[in-house]
Design a protein around this ligand. Structure first.
Ligand code: FES
Ligand SMILES: [Fe+2]
Length: 398
């Protein structure tokens, strides 16, 4: 799985965490490894191994100066590409610095985030053209926090539709139960279909799962509401960084929308200042309010969708033991998601190309549509999730 994840662009931190050229380096742990992110004198971001290749001192304490990060132990200095550009501890005639490299990965900035590509250079894919990465900053609100469980466990929660009837009751009140389930592979990843019968046929919610860990949430709150998105980035096997984004494709977010987000009612989560840890966390039982729970205003007594999801997924253990589950019909999508990912891993091991290598394939949204009797989900969904997004804006000149 790690090899597969390294074939995609991985978000590592917000651009404003590296606020200016030559600013202080920032520790980043991602895909089980420790790194340091920094911005060089030209303002370009980079991601390098936290350990200096000389004697393994931490580059976090390094001096970020004149287009390179200099280890403070013996002064070796490295550029964004990891080349050693100065080795003051060696004799001037030595060419040893040409033989030493600090592991470094290419980075780009999109959608207010810095993304790194950590795979083989010859397999570097196009950048995923996720709609929220293309809108102006005013159209977007994004937060992140550490979720203390495995990333796939968290991602599964994003496609577990039946929990909406319970976990989020009070904030969201779903009226219909899904009775039909489809899960198909597409050029960007997968499309999960939850269907319910209506007089005209089947009403489908087609939720997109974009490789390897992106979700776009269906627009539940009306045609002009912001759209939600998640990214579940593995920190290590037992922790992930969940990025939560709300965006509007056509206009800046309004004051009331921003206030709702900052009141932590929806997918965003309040942080302990200066950290990526939620105020409501496992050590304080997510500040469950038993009176609120009893009142019926909230099914859980937990404040906000974000903590309801993350909290309850953490209670399943750092890596949930799937052998102890009892899955029913309503868990069909979870079963199909696991099967789909395992099959994809097999295909990848067998040398088949991965979905999502073409950046334009990411230009989709989750969508709701009605299929008449005899019309198949698999025939309709791929075109409709594409049609739901705005077409790529092609820059014109002259
Ligand atoms: S350990 Fe970094 S320069 Fe010696
Ligand atoms: Fe949820």
């Amino acid at each position: 799985m790690g090899t597969l994840l390294r074939r995609y662009w991985v978000p590592i931190l917000f651009s404003d965490q590296l606020p200016e050229p030559d600013c202080a380096p920032v520790r980043v742990k991602v895909l089980g490894e420790k790194f340091v992110a920094f911005r060089n004198s030209e303002g370009k971001p980079g991601l390098v191994d936290e350990r200096c290749p000389h004697r393994n001192a931490s580059m976090f304490f390094g001096r970020n100066e004149e287009s390179g990060l200099r280890c403070v132990y013996h002064g070796w200095k490295f550029d964004l590409e990891g080349r050693c550009v100065d080795m003051p501890s060696e004799p001037p005639e030595s060419n040893f610095k040409n033989k030493v490299r600090l592991t470094a990965y290419p980075c780009v900035e999109r959608g207010g985030l810095v993304w790194a590509y950590m795979g083989p250079a010859e397999h570097r894919p196009a950048f995923p053209d996720l709609e929220w990465t293309t809108v102006p900053a005013s159209h977007r609100f994004a937060t992140r926090h550490i979720q203390e469980c495995n990333w796939f466990q968290a991602l599964e929660g994003g496609y577990d539709i039946s929990h909406l009837h319970h976990l989020h009751r009070g904030a969201a009140n779903l009226k219909t139960h899904s009775t039909k389930f489809e899960f198909i592979r597409s050029d960007f990843g997968f499309i999960a279909g939850n269907g319910s019968e209506v007089p005209e046929g089947t009403r489908w919610l087609a939720s997109v799962m974009l490789m390897p860990f992106h979700k776009l949430i269906g627009r539940h709150a009306g045609p002009d509401a912001p759209i939600g998105a998640h990214i579940w980035v593995p920190i290590d096997d037992e922790n992930c960084m969940i990025y939560s984004i709300e965006y509007h494709p056509d206009r800046p977010l309004g004051e009331a929308e921003m206030q709702n987000s900052k009141n932590w009612n929806y997918i965003h989560t309040e942080l302990i200042p200066g950290t990526d840890r939620a105020v409501r966390n496992r050590d304080n039982d997510y500040l469950i309010d038993r009176e609120l729970q009893k009142s019926g205003a909230s099914f859980t007594g937990l404040k906000g969708f974000g903590i309801q999801d993350c909290g309850i997924q953490e209670t399943m253990g750092p890596i949930a033991d799937r052998s102890r589950e009892r899955l029913g019909k309503s868990d069909s999508i979870i079963i199909k998601l696991r099967d789909g990912m395992l099959k994809l891993l097999d295909d990848f091991a067998g040398g088949e190309p991965l979905p999502g290598m073409d950046g334009a394939s990411y230009r989709v949204r989750s969508a709701v549509f009605t299929a008449k009797d005899g019309e198949a989900f698999a025939d309709m969904a791929p075109a409709l999730v594409k049609a739901a997004a705005k077409p790529e804006v092609v820059a014109t000149t002259g």
